[in-house]
Design a protein around this ligand. Structure first.
Ligand SMILES: NC(=O)c1ccc[n+]([C@@H]2O[C@H](COP(=O)([O-])OP(=O)(O)OC[C@H]3O[C@@H](n4cnc5c(N)ncnc54)[C@H](OP(=O)(O)O)[C@@H]3O)[C@@H](O)[C@H]2O)c1
Length: 228
């Protein structure tokens, strides 16, 4: 599948490397390709600079955001939540028309320090705001409730644990689920929560996720729904 990932942070690069290794063709979207390619400061989450990572992943294409989505079968939004709408606006509704987008971004507000709060919640969500602003885009929310390393290596957590999926378009959810399976997610652990309004719930898991990070001291955990 031809996949474009918007965002060159820990999530974008972790997904890019792994999706490419399982056979997908990856383009990375960024605001300024030249500036991004020469970025040599280490990412605090991965410990690696973009320049170093890019040298080891030469098959990847790095393009300006608007150009990056051309020809994509799937777009992945791995931008900062508070920048996601601006990035999509800079691409433009025409280029996004009819596309499927897996939205991983969380609406985190770091302006008052740690822990961040949510800048939208309860009656709406970032995924819904994106869907409303770009009605021609088929938004699917998934993978936002776990660390990047678990997104791409679910087997790194022992036993069953879950990834939540929601969105208004069945075929877009099916495309997303196929990609999740290509990363190693088992069908029984992929929970379809219905339409895009379920993103309120999955985005509002972030305060408890952040608290668990603080409690455990690492991000090697995930949610598992147990039922009879
Ligand atoms: N880190 C995790 O493990 C994790 C887990 C679950 C969900 N998430 C969510 O996934 C998303 C990506 O996480 P991350 O840690 O990779 O994020 P990040 O490094 O903070 O940012 C990702 C990208 O957002 C773009 N960006 C940042 N500020 C911008 C601005 N003002 N205007 C336009 N673009 C801007 C940048 O792209 P360019 O510089 O390339 O243009 C940047 O590389 C976030 O929404 C996060 O909440 C993260």
């Amino acid at each position: 599948m031809k996949i474009t990932i918007l965002g060159t942070g820990a999530v974008g690069l972790t997904l890019a490397g792994r999706l490419q290794s399982v056979g997908h063709s990856i383009t990375l979207g960024t605001r300024n390709p030249e500036k991004t390619a020469s970025r040599d400061e280490a990412n605090p989450m991965t410990g690696e600079s973009f320049a170093h990572w890019y040298k080891n992943n030469p098959a990847l294409q790095l393009k300006q955001n608007a150009a990056s989505v051309e020809g994509a079968d799937l777009i992945i939004n791995a931008t900062r939540g508070d920048a996601s709408l601006d990035v999509l606006e800079s691409i433009g509704a025409n280029k996004l028309q009819g596309k499927t987008m897996l939205d991983i971004a969380n609406p985190l507000d770091f302006s008052k320090g740690m822990p961040p709060t949510l800048f939208v919640s309860n009656t709406t969500s970032l995924a819904e705001q994106i869907q409303e602003k770009f009605p021609g885009l088929k938004v699917v929310k998934a993978l936002n409730t776990m660390s990047a390393s678990i997104m791409v290596h679910p087997e790194s957590i022992a036993g069953d644990h879950n990834v939540f999926v929601c969105g208004n378009h069945e075929e877009a959810k099916n495309t997303t689920i196929d990609v999740l399976k290509s990363l190693g997610w088992k069908q029984k652990n992929i929970l379809d929560l219905g339409d895009i309004t379920a993103a309120r719930g999955t985005e509002m898991l972030l305060p408890i996720w952040l608290r668990l990070w603080n409690t455990f001291g690492d991000v090697n955990f995930n949610f598992h729904i147990q039922r009879n």
